[in-house]
Design a protein around this ligand. Structure first.
Ligand SMILES: NC(=O)c1ccc[n+]([C@@H]2O[C@H](COP(=O)([O-])OP(=O)(O)OC[C@H]3O[C@@H](n4cnc5c(N)ncnc54)[C@H](OP(=O)(O)O)[C@@H]3O)[C@@H](O)[C@H]2O)c1
Length: 274
């Protein structure tokens, strides 16, 4: 049950547990398993329909709520003035207390962009979250949002793994004083397959998944892999103690293309860049 100590860029523990698409008892069981292994950073969202089970799992651990780093995200359908505050109140209730980090899950509509960020700021002022951030924001959106929030945004959660070139988003995060979190860090399995990664993994005697997660975290990017399996969770934790050479880091970075997305909903067409 002892927490694993790890770096926490911007206050966000470098390794967390993803929880999509877990619901019901599977969500409860998986979060309890991760807590037992020492993980304290849990990623959820209103959209996942599992905040209540996660809140229950955290409470049932018997550990103080303050030991955890809980991230949730406001659903696109709740971003408008009529629903934002009520939806966050429900999340706080389900999670058993204020969030540590509250994100806007997907970019707001253009004509409500600034007002949505104002609503996010208001939730922090009310104490419903300690910190605020965004998700799936392009570099231009990150700059605009960070200016609107007077520098208060600490995080952009984006798809990030070796198959996708996210260097522009990473550079913008550094420029804007934000930390990136990598969702789908294993590209749901696809990122473990390239021969370059398999060769590095074989040479180091570690599984490809650890090489991928280490490549992410060694750049100061937070990783939130989802796993329901204890042995995979242990392996993901072991990635914290791996070290990749500059040559191996560069070889893996070289795999990325602009077309490597796993998650690419139709409503984001034309909005990923600039
Ligand atoms: N902000 C957003 O819009 C957004 C979008 C997508 C996802 N997310 C978040 O990011 C989290 C992670 O992304 P994801 O679930 O899409 O993809 P992922 O973490 O890249 O992949 C999950 C898959 O990898 C397997 N896996 C995990 N660790 C492994 C290991 N060590 N060895 C082999 N296989 C392993 C899991 O299977 P097993 O269970 O069998 O281990 C699962 O099938 C989500 O759960 C969610 O919290 C956010």
């Amino acid at each position: 049950m002892t927490a694993i100590s790890m770096p926490a860029p911007g206050g966000i523990p470098l390794l967390g547990l993803g929880t999509y698409p877990l619901t019901g008892e599977e969500a409860f069981r998986t979060v309890r398993m991760a807590i037992d292994l020492g993980i304290r950073h849990i990623d959820t969202a209103q959209m996942y329909g599992n905040e209540r089970e996660i809140g229950r799992a955290v409470a049932s651990s018997g550990l103080p709520r303050g030991d955890f780093f809980m991230v949730t995200k406001v659903d696109p359908g709740n971003l408008g003035a009529a629903r934002f505050a009520d939806s966050v109140a429900r999340s706080v209730d389900d999670l058993g207390g204020p969030a540590d980090l509250l994100l806007i899950h997907w970019p707001p509509p253009e004509d409500d962009f600034d007002a949505t960020l104002d609503r996010l700021m208001a939730e922090r002022a009310k104490g419903n979250t300690k910190a605020i951030g965004v998700s799936n924001f392009s570099p231009a959106m990150m700059r605009r949002a960070q200016q609107r929030c007077a520098g208060a945004l600490i995080n952009n959660q984006v798809e990030f793994h070796p198959l996708l070139d996210q260097q522009a988003v990473l550079a913008t995060a550094r420029e804007q004083g934000m930390v990136l979190s990598a969702y789908s860090p294993l590209a749901r399995g696809a990122a473990m397959k390239p021969a370059v990664i398999a060769a590095i993994a074989a040479r180091l005697g570690r599984p490809p998944s650890e090489v991928v997660l280490r490549w992410i975290m060694q750049q100061g990017v937070v990783a939130i892999p989802m796993t329901t399996k204890r042995e995979n969770a242990l392996s993901n934790i072991a990635a914290l103690s791996l070290e990749l050479s500059p040559e191996d880091m560069a070889a893996i970075t070289g795999l990325g293309t602009r077309h490597g997305r796993t998650i690419n909903p139709s409503w984001m067409a034309g909005r990923w860049e600039p």
